[in-house]
Design a protein. Structure first.
Length: 173
């Protein structure tokens, strides 16, 4: 029979898993309390949250939730970054803080229903965010329209230029 504290922790992990669309696992060894607070604050702004759980209990919660197995990568001091919406936002925050603090390393992740290696999880940080993708789509869709508007305005512009030239000639005479 497991200890009540472990059962309670499993319930907390399960709650975190159910409240999120995925998770990134990072090694946060060496972060000071202030740096950890700064990381948590930045993650909250990206609709994510970081929790520290026992690795075996997290592995059990992932299995019970039907998430893919992340393998034997859950070792040592792991923190779990659960994201509620876009995994790219959380990954960008982790990457930024990893570069800033030089103490955070990627361990694994689960996103889009797939287990991710450390390299795969880190690659999410290089993708454009949802808002950036929408902006790119709008730009691509607007470019032909801008060209059509320019072509349609060409004859009118030519007529105005010709009339201006005639008016200038009559004023000079």
């Amino acid at each position: 029979m497991p200890a009540q504290s472990k059962v309670d922790m499993l319930a907390k992990v399960t709650e975190s898993v159910q409240a999120s669309k995925g998770v990134f696992v990072i090694d946060y060894r060496g972060l000071s309390v202030k740096e950890t607070q700064e990381l948590r604050r930045a993650l909250r702004e990206a609709n994510s949250f970081m929790k520290v759980y026992k690795n075996n209990i997290a592995r059990i919660a992932f299995q019970q939730a039907g998430l893919p197995d992340v393998g034997d990568s859950l070792k040592g001091t792991c923190a779990y970054v659960f994201f509620e919406n876009d995994p790219v936002d959380a990954a960008k925050v982790i990457k930024k803080k990893a570069e800033e603090f030089k103490k955070i390393t990627w361990v694994a992740g689960i996103a889009d229903g797939k287990a991710l290696s450390a390299e795969d999880a880190k690659a999410y940080a290089d993708l454009p965010t949802h808002d950036e993708l929408i902006a790119q789509l709008v730009y691509v869709m607007a470019s032909p329209l801008r060209g059509i508007a320019s072509v349609c305005a060409g004859p009118a512009r030519g007529l105005v230029t010709a009339l201006k030239a005639v008016a200038d000639q009559k004023e000079a005479a």
